[in-house]
Structures are given as structure tokens and as C-alpha cells.
Design a protein around this ligand. Structure first.
Ligand code: RM4
Length: 259
């Protein structure tokens, strides 16, 4: 129970890595504000992903509320903090997870795709971190901000020229925010997932690419969202009380495996 009675905001928390983080925070005692951007079409009588994760958190005995919003809009960050205060009395943890990666060639990259990717991945991280940090400062009890960056902060991708800069930018933001916020006891760190199987890459992970990755990854498999959640809980907890401006690479050894 590393996060007993803490309040966590998780952006993009209804699916994939964000969902796994939201659930693990709840397992460790946190109440969770789950942000999501879209309501996918669902069969009559079934639940949306956001409804499902809220119900799963409540089944764990913790509080949960869903807030729909595009994190590239600063108003969403305010709405998330307001919801945390209204429902749970404040904010202790902010996980900036929401992200997009529509694979596209560089030479004919449409400006709108670049702007959307920067808006969600980098500006969205900025807005939610800023809103959470202002609340944490006013609360006077510190806090933890975690950006879900990526191995793509460290390496490139032919079809990710719009995306990898946002991942590097997220961590650079955490480094500078760590300096700006340390005086308030607010820690800012990044987690760098490797290739994790989620909705955003299911079409990209062809059998051939999966075989390549499995051969390159020393642990022999692609990551799952649940492989990331523990590092986030650690950074959010008092076990990381002297860690700020840092990064944790969670990639099965992919990055270091040149030969
Ligand atoms: C990650 C990394 C993975 C890719 C996802 C979409 O940062 O580049 O390989 O599948 O993004």
C-alpha cells in the first residue's frame, strides 16, 4: 500500500498503459481521477472503457471518477484538478500518460498531424503538470508528477519524426519542472516504456516487426501495460522521496542491445 489515501490524476487512463497505471495506483490505496478523450462506439448494454476502469477501481475499494477531455486543451487540466479537489479533496500524484503516435513518413507529414501530436503529447503534459503543480503548491504537502515518456526519448523512428521529439520534450520538461518545483516538495520524473502492446501500435506490430523486437529484447517479449505500472507507483511513492528530475527506462533491455 504505497499510495494510501493519495489522490492521483491519470491522463489517458481508460486504456492501455494509463489504465494499468490507474488500477495499480488504486491497488496501492489511491483514489483516482481518470481522464479519457473519446467514447468509442460500444455494443448496446456494454460499458465504455472509462466506465469499466472506474468500476474496477471501485471494486478495489477506492474512489474513482472519469473526466472526458482532450489534454491539448488547457481547460482539461483545470477540469481534472477541479474533479480531484471536488471528489477527493486535493491532488498528490499527476501521471501525464495521454499520448498519440500515428505512424507517418517524414517527407509528406501533414502539418496538422505534427501539431496534433505535439499538442497532445507535449503541450498536454505541460498543461496537466502545471495545473497539478499549482494545486500541490497551494496544498503545501508536496507531490509527485510523472511523465510517461518513452524509449523514443532516446532513439528515433523512421515514421515517428513528429512523435519522438515530444517524448524527449516530456522528459526535458520534467527536468526543468523538477528545478522549479523542488522548493515545494514536488518531484518530477519520467518513465520510459519500451515497445508496449497497446491500441496505438497494434497495427504497426506486424508479425515481422514483432519477431524483430522479440529477437532484440533480452527479456524476449514485447511489454504489456502492466509492466509499466510498478515503476510509476514507485516514483509516486515515498520510496522515491529523494528522486526528482530522473528517468526510469522500462523496456526489457531493448535499448542497450546493440550486439
Ligand atoms: C513507443 C515506441 C514503440 C511504439 C510506440 C507507439 O514510444 O516507439 O516502439 O510502438 O511508441
Amino acid at each position: 500500500m504505497l499510495l494510501e489515501n493519495k489522490v492521483a490524476i491519470v491522463t489517458g487512463g481508460s486504456r492501455g498503459i494509463g489504465r494499468a497505471i490507474a488500477l495499480e495506483c488504486a491497488r496501492h490505496g489511491a483514489n483516482v481521477v481518470v481522464n479519457y478523450a473519446h467514447d468509442p462506439a460500444i455494443a448496446a448494454g456494454s460499458k465504455t472503457p472509462a466506465q469499466e476502469v472506474i468500476d474496477e477501481i471501485k471494486a478495489l475499494g477506492r474512489g474513482a471518477v472519469a473526466v472526458k477531455g482532450d489534454v491539448s486543451d488547457p481547460a482539461t487540466a483545470k477540469a481534472l484538478v477541479d474533479a480531484a479537489v471536488e471528489h477527493f479533496g486535493g491532488v498528490d500524484i499527476c501521471v501525464a500518460n495521454a499520448g498519440v503516435c500515428q505512424f507517418h513518413a517524414f517527407l509528406d507529414m501533414p502539418p496538422e498531424l505534427l501539431r496534433q501530436t505535439v499538442g497532445i503529447n507535449l503541450e498536454g503534459t505541460f498543461f496537466v503538470a502545471q495545473a497539478a503543480a499549482n494545486r500541490m503548491k497551494d496544498q503545501g504537502r508536496g507531490g509527485a508528477i510523472i511523465a510517461i515518456s518513452s524509449i523514443s526519448k532516446l532513439v528515433g523512428g523512421e515514421f515517428q519524426t513528429h512523435y519522438t521529439p515530444t517524448k524527449a520534450g516530456q522528459h526535458s520538461l520534467m527536468q526543468s519542472a523538477a528545478i522549479a518545483l523542488g522548493r515545494y516538495g514536488i518531484r518530477c520524473n519520467s518513465v520510459l516504456p519500451g515497445t508496449i502492446v497497446t491500441d496505438i501500435n497494434k497495427d504497426d506490430l506486424t508479425p515481422e516487426k514483432t519477431a524483430y523486437f522479440n529477437q532484440r529484447i533480452p527479456l524476449g517479449r514485447l511489454g504489456q501495460p502492466e509492466d509499466i505500472a510498478g515503476s510509476v507507483v514507485f516514483l509516486a511513492s515515498d520510496m522515491a522521496r529523494y528522486i526528482t528530475g530522473a528517468e526510469i527506462l522500462v523496456d526489457g533491455g531493448m535499448f542497450v542491445n546493440l550486439q
